[in-house]
Write a protein that binds this ligand. Structure first.
Ligand code: B12
Length: 203
Protein backbone atom coordinates (compact mmCIF):
# COMPACT_ATOMS: atom_id res chain seq x y z
CA UNK A 1 0.00 0.00 0.00
CA UNK A 2 1.24 3.48 -0.78
CA UNK A 3 -0.78 6.19 0.95
CA UNK A 4 1.86 8.45 2.48
CA UNK A 5 4.88 10.04 0.81
CA UNK A 6 7.70 12.36 1.80
CA UNK A 7 9.27 14.44 -0.96
CA UNK A 8 12.75 15.66 -0.05
CA UNK A 9 14.25 18.82 -1.55
CA UNK A 10 17.89 17.78 -1.61
CA UNK A 11 20.62 20.41 -1.44
CA UNK A 12 23.17 20.67 -4.18
CA UNK A 13 25.52 22.82 -2.15
CA UNK A 14 25.37 25.33 0.67
CA UNK A 15 25.65 28.84 -0.67
CA UNK A 16 23.30 30.49 1.81
CA UNK A 17 19.95 32.05 1.04
CA UNK A 18 19.11 29.54 -1.70
CA UNK A 19 15.63 28.92 -0.43
CA UNK A 20 13.95 28.43 -3.78
CA UNK A 21 10.41 27.14 -3.70
CA UNK A 22 10.64 23.46 -4.74
CA UNK A 23 8.34 23.87 -7.72
CA UNK A 24 9.10 20.49 -9.30
CA UNK A 25 8.34 18.68 -6.04
CA UNK A 26 5.09 20.59 -5.66
CA UNK A 27 4.00 19.34 -9.08
CA UNK A 28 4.90 15.80 -8.02
CA UNK A 29 2.91 16.34 -4.82
CA UNK A 30 -0.11 17.44 -6.86
CA UNK A 31 -0.01 14.20 -8.81
CA UNK A 32 0.33 12.14 -5.62
CA UNK A 33 -2.53 13.93 -3.87
CA UNK A 34 -4.71 13.20 -6.88
CA UNK A 35 -4.03 9.52 -6.15
CA UNK A 36 -5.17 10.00 -2.51
CA UNK A 37 -1.62 9.90 -1.23
CA UNK A 38 -0.90 12.18 1.71
CA UNK A 39 2.28 14.16 1.08
CA UNK A 40 4.80 16.04 3.15
CA UNK A 41 7.51 18.20 1.60
CA UNK A 42 10.77 17.99 3.55
CA UNK A 43 12.97 20.85 2.42
CA UNK A 44 16.52 20.38 3.66
CA UNK A 45 17.44 23.92 2.57
CA UNK A 46 15.19 25.17 5.37
CA UNK A 47 16.76 22.97 8.06
CA UNK A 48 19.52 23.83 10.46
CA UNK A 49 21.95 20.97 9.94
CA UNK A 50 24.03 20.21 13.06
CA UNK A 51 27.77 19.92 12.54
CA UNK A 52 27.87 16.54 14.28
CA UNK A 53 25.19 15.16 11.93
CA UNK A 54 26.24 16.65 8.59
CA UNK A 55 23.38 15.23 6.51
CA UNK A 56 20.69 15.89 9.10
CA UNK A 57 19.76 12.24 9.43
CA UNK A 58 18.39 12.48 13.00
CA UNK A 59 15.73 15.04 12.06
CA UNK A 60 14.76 13.21 8.88
CA UNK A 61 14.47 9.99 10.84
CA UNK A 62 12.10 11.69 13.31
CA UNK A 63 9.98 12.82 10.37
CA UNK A 64 9.90 9.29 8.93
CA UNK A 65 8.98 7.77 12.29
CA UNK A 66 6.23 10.34 12.80
CA UNK A 67 4.67 10.12 9.31
CA UNK A 68 5.49 6.53 8.33
CA UNK A 69 5.71 7.02 4.55
CA UNK A 70 5.82 4.09 2.17
CA UNK A 71 7.30 6.30 -0.57
CA UNK A 72 10.19 8.76 -0.40
CA UNK A 73 11.17 10.94 -3.35
CA UNK A 74 14.38 12.91 -3.82
CA UNK A 75 14.32 16.06 -5.95
CA UNK A 76 17.19 18.39 -6.82
CA UNK A 77 19.88 18.82 -9.43
CA UNK A 78 22.68 16.48 -10.47
CA UNK A 79 24.98 17.65 -7.67
CA UNK A 80 22.33 16.74 -5.09
CA UNK A 81 23.62 13.23 -5.68
CA UNK A 82 25.88 13.09 -2.59
CA UNK A 83 23.11 14.06 -0.15
CA UNK A 84 20.77 11.62 -1.85
CA UNK A 85 23.32 8.85 -1.48
CA UNK A 86 23.92 9.51 2.22
CA UNK A 87 20.24 9.73 3.09
CA UNK A 88 18.85 7.00 0.85
CA UNK A 89 21.31 4.43 2.14
CA UNK A 90 20.37 5.21 5.71
CA UNK A 91 16.70 5.00 4.85
CA UNK A 92 17.25 1.59 3.25
CA UNK A 93 19.13 0.34 6.32
CA UNK A 94 16.47 1.44 8.80
CA UNK A 95 13.30 1.24 6.65
CA UNK A 96 13.99 -1.28 3.85
CA UNK A 97 10.31 -1.41 2.78
CA UNK A 98 10.13 2.26 1.79
CA UNK A 99 10.12 2.65 -2.01
CA UNK A 100 12.66 5.31 -2.96
CA UNK A 101 12.47 7.39 -6.11
CA UNK A 102 14.32 10.36 -7.57
CA UNK A 103 13.48 12.85 -10.29
CA UNK A 104 13.90 16.34 -11.68
CA UNK A 105 17.36 17.42 -12.88
CA UNK A 106 18.81 14.99 -10.33
CA UNK A 107 17.76 12.23 -12.74
CA UNK A 108 20.73 13.11 -14.98
CA UNK A 109 22.84 11.21 -12.40
CA UNK A 110 20.64 8.13 -12.85
CA UNK A 111 23.46 5.59 -13.31
CA UNK A 112 25.15 6.70 -10.09
CA UNK A 113 21.83 6.84 -8.26
CA UNK A 114 20.97 3.29 -9.25
CA UNK A 115 24.36 1.76 -8.58
CA UNK A 116 25.60 3.68 -5.53
CA UNK A 117 22.52 4.81 -3.63
CA UNK A 118 19.43 2.96 -2.46
CA UNK A 119 17.08 4.69 -4.91
CA UNK A 120 14.81 2.10 -6.56
CA UNK A 121 13.56 4.08 -9.55
CA UNK A 122 14.62 7.27 -11.30
CA UNK A 123 12.04 9.32 -13.20
CA UNK A 124 13.15 11.20 -16.31
CA UNK A 125 11.30 14.23 -17.60
CA UNK A 126 7.73 14.98 -16.64
CA UNK A 127 6.06 12.47 -14.37
CA UNK A 128 2.37 13.32 -14.58
CA UNK A 129 1.61 10.10 -16.47
CA UNK A 130 4.52 7.85 -15.53
CA UNK A 131 4.47 8.16 -11.72
CA UNK A 132 0.77 7.20 -11.42
CA UNK A 133 1.50 4.20 -13.65
CA UNK A 134 4.34 3.00 -11.41
CA UNK A 135 2.26 3.50 -8.25
CA UNK A 136 -0.78 1.76 -9.73
CA UNK A 137 1.38 -1.21 -10.67
CA UNK A 138 2.91 -1.40 -7.19
CA UNK A 139 -0.54 -1.13 -5.60
CA UNK A 140 -1.85 -3.98 -7.75
CA UNK A 141 1.27 -6.14 -7.40
CA UNK A 142 2.33 -5.89 -11.04
CA UNK A 143 5.94 -5.32 -12.20
CA UNK A 144 6.65 -1.58 -12.48
CA UNK A 145 10.13 -1.86 -14.01
CA UNK A 146 8.84 -1.67 -17.59
CA UNK A 147 7.05 1.66 -17.22
CA UNK A 148 8.30 4.17 -19.80
CA UNK A 149 10.25 7.24 -18.70
CA UNK A 150 12.04 5.62 -15.79
CA UNK A 151 15.31 3.87 -15.12
CA UNK A 152 15.99 1.14 -12.59
CA UNK A 153 18.29 -1.79 -11.99
CA UNK A 154 17.41 -4.61 -14.38
CA UNK A 155 18.79 -8.14 -14.71
CA UNK A 156 21.88 -6.92 -16.56
CA UNK A 157 22.50 -3.67 -14.70
CA UNK A 158 21.20 -0.15 -15.18
CA UNK A 159 18.13 -0.22 -17.40
CA UNK A 160 16.88 3.02 -18.93
CA UNK A 161 13.48 2.70 -20.53
CA UNK A 162 12.29 4.70 -23.54
CA UNK A 163 10.95 8.20 -22.77
CA UNK A 164 7.51 8.34 -21.22
CA UNK A 165 4.38 9.98 -22.61
CA UNK A 166 3.81 13.69 -22.10
CA UNK A 167 0.68 15.45 -20.95
CA UNK A 168 -1.33 16.57 -24.01
CA UNK A 169 -3.64 19.06 -22.27
CA UNK A 170 -1.85 21.27 -19.77
CA UNK A 171 -5.12 21.89 -17.91
CA UNK A 172 -5.00 18.22 -16.86
CA UNK A 173 -1.98 18.95 -14.64
CA UNK A 174 -3.05 19.45 -11.03
CA UNK A 175 -2.49 22.88 -9.50
CA UNK A 176 0.59 22.58 -7.25
CA UNK A 177 -0.55 22.09 -3.62
CA UNK A 178 1.04 25.16 -2.08
CA UNK A 179 -0.64 24.33 1.23
CA UNK A 180 2.18 21.79 1.74
CA UNK A 181 4.78 24.52 2.25
CA UNK A 182 4.94 27.65 4.33
CA UNK A 183 5.53 30.25 1.66
CA UNK A 184 6.96 32.69 4.22
CA UNK A 185 9.87 30.33 4.82
CA UNK A 186 10.92 31.05 1.27
CA UNK A 187 9.94 34.66 0.74
CA UNK A 188 11.42 35.84 4.02
CA UNK A 189 14.79 34.10 3.65
CA UNK A 190 17.32 36.77 4.56
CA UNK A 191 19.30 37.05 1.34
CA UNK A 192 16.58 35.92 -0.99
CA UNK A 193 16.07 38.43 -3.79
CA UNK A 194 12.44 38.93 -2.85
CA UNK A 195 13.51 39.83 0.68
CA UNK A 196 15.88 42.41 -0.77
CA UNK A 197 13.06 43.82 -2.86
CA UNK A 198 10.92 44.00 0.25
CA UNK A 199 13.65 45.96 2.05
CA UNK A 200 13.75 48.43 -0.84
CA UNK A 201 10.03 49.01 -0.52
CA UNK A 202 10.40 49.69 3.19
CA UNK A 203 13.11 52.35 2.72
C1 B12 B 1 13.77 27.73 -12.76
C2 B12 B 1 15.17 27.16 -12.70
C3 B12 B 1 16.02 27.64 -11.70
C4 B12 B 1 15.57 28.62 -10.63
C5 B12 B 1 14.89 27.77 -9.52
C6 B12 B 1 13.70 28.46 -8.95
C7 B12 B 1 12.93 27.49 -8.08
N1 B12 B 1 12.00 28.02 -7.38
O1 B12 B 1 13.15 26.31 -8.06
C8 B12 B 1 16.92 29.23 -10.17
C9 B12 B 1 17.22 30.45 -11.02
C10 B12 B 1 17.00 29.62 -8.70
C11 B12 B 1 17.88 28.11 -10.55
C12 B12 B 1 19.12 27.93 -9.96
C13 B12 B 1 20.01 26.96 -10.35
N2 B12 B 1 19.89 26.14 -11.42
CO1 B12 B 1 18.25 25.93 -12.44
N3 B12 B 1 16.82 25.72 -13.63
C14 B12 B 1 15.61 26.20 -13.66
C15 B12 B 1 14.86 25.63 -14.88
C16 B12 B 1 14.90 26.72 -15.98
C17 B12 B 1 13.41 25.22 -14.65
C18 B12 B 1 13.17 24.32 -13.43
C19 B12 B 1 11.70 24.26 -13.09
O2 B12 B 1 11.27 24.80 -12.08
N4 B12 B 1 10.86 23.64 -13.92
C20 B12 B 1 9.41 23.51 -13.68
C21 B12 B 1 9.15 22.22 -12.89
C22 B12 B 1 7.65 21.99 -12.69
O3 B12 B 1 9.66 21.16 -13.64
P1 B12 B 1 10.71 20.13 -13.07
O4 B12 B 1 11.50 20.72 -11.96
O5 B12 B 1 11.45 19.54 -14.20
O6 B12 B 1 9.77 19.02 -12.39
C23 B12 B 1 9.06 18.06 -13.15
C24 B12 B 1 9.87 16.78 -13.39
O7 B12 B 1 11.25 16.98 -13.55
C25 B12 B 1 9.56 15.94 -12.19
N5 B12 B 1 10.32 16.05 -10.96
C26 B12 B 1 10.91 17.11 -10.39
N6 B12 B 1 11.40 16.79 -9.18
C27 B12 B 1 11.09 15.49 -8.96
C28 B12 B 1 11.32 14.66 -7.86
C29 B12 B 1 10.85 13.34 -7.90
C30 B12 B 1 11.05 12.46 -6.71
C31 B12 B 1 10.17 12.85 -9.05
C32 B12 B 1 9.70 11.46 -9.11
C33 B12 B 1 9.97 13.69 -10.15
C34 B12 B 1 10.41 15.00 -10.08
O8 B12 B 1 8.22 16.26 -11.89
C35 B12 B 1 7.90 17.60 -12.27
C36 B12 B 1 6.58 17.57 -13.02
O9 B12 B 1 6.66 16.81 -14.18
C37 B12 B 1 15.75 24.40 -15.26
C38 B12 B 1 15.81 24.06 -16.73
C39 B12 B 1 14.58 23.32 -17.19
N7 B12 B 1 14.02 23.76 -18.29
O10 B12 B 1 14.14 22.36 -16.52
C40 B12 B 1 17.12 24.80 -14.71
C41 B12 B 1 18.06 23.74 -14.20
C42 B12 B 1 17.30 22.80 -13.28
N8 B12 B 1 18.99 24.50 -13.37
C43 B12 B 1 20.21 24.05 -13.42
C44 B12 B 1 21.31 24.59 -12.68
C45 B12 B 1 22.68 24.05 -13.03
C46 B12 B 1 21.11 25.56 -11.68
C47 B12 B 1 22.16 26.21 -10.77
C48 B12 B 1 23.27 25.27 -10.25
C49 B12 B 1 22.74 27.41 -11.54
C50 B12 B 1 23.92 28.07 -10.83
N9 B12 B 1 25.09 27.92 -11.43
O11 B12 B 1 23.75 28.65 -9.78
C51 B12 B 1 21.30 26.73 -9.62
C52 B12 B 1 21.09 25.63 -8.56
C53 B12 B 1 20.09 25.97 -7.51
C54 B12 B 1 19.92 24.82 -6.56
N10 B12 B 1 20.47 24.89 -5.40
O12 B12 B 1 19.32 23.81 -6.88
C55 B12 B 1 20.34 22.89 -14.37
C56 B12 B 1 20.52 21.55 -13.64
C57 B12 B 1 21.40 20.60 -14.43
C58 B12 B 1 21.45 19.26 -13.79
N11 B12 B 1 21.31 18.21 -14.61
O13 B12 B 1 21.63 19.12 -12.62
C59 B12 B 1 19.00 23.01 -15.22
C60 B12 B 1 18.40 21.68 -15.71
C61 B12 B 1 19.34 23.95 -16.41
C62 B12 B 1 20.34 23.30 -17.36
N12 B12 B 1 19.89 22.66 -18.41
O14 B12 B 1 21.52 23.39 -17.15
N13 B12 B 1 17.35 27.32 -11.52
Amino acid sequence: MIDRAILIHVPSRWAGGENDIPIGLLYVAGVLEQMNIEVRIYDIYLKKIPTDDPYGWAELQREIQDFKPQLIGFGGIATSYMWTKKLSRRIKTHYPDIFQIAGGALSSAFDLLLTRTAVDAVFHGEIELTLPEVIERIRSGRPWQTVLGISCLGPTGVQRNAPGPQVKHLDDIPIPPYHLIDIEDYLLASDNFLAAYRADMED
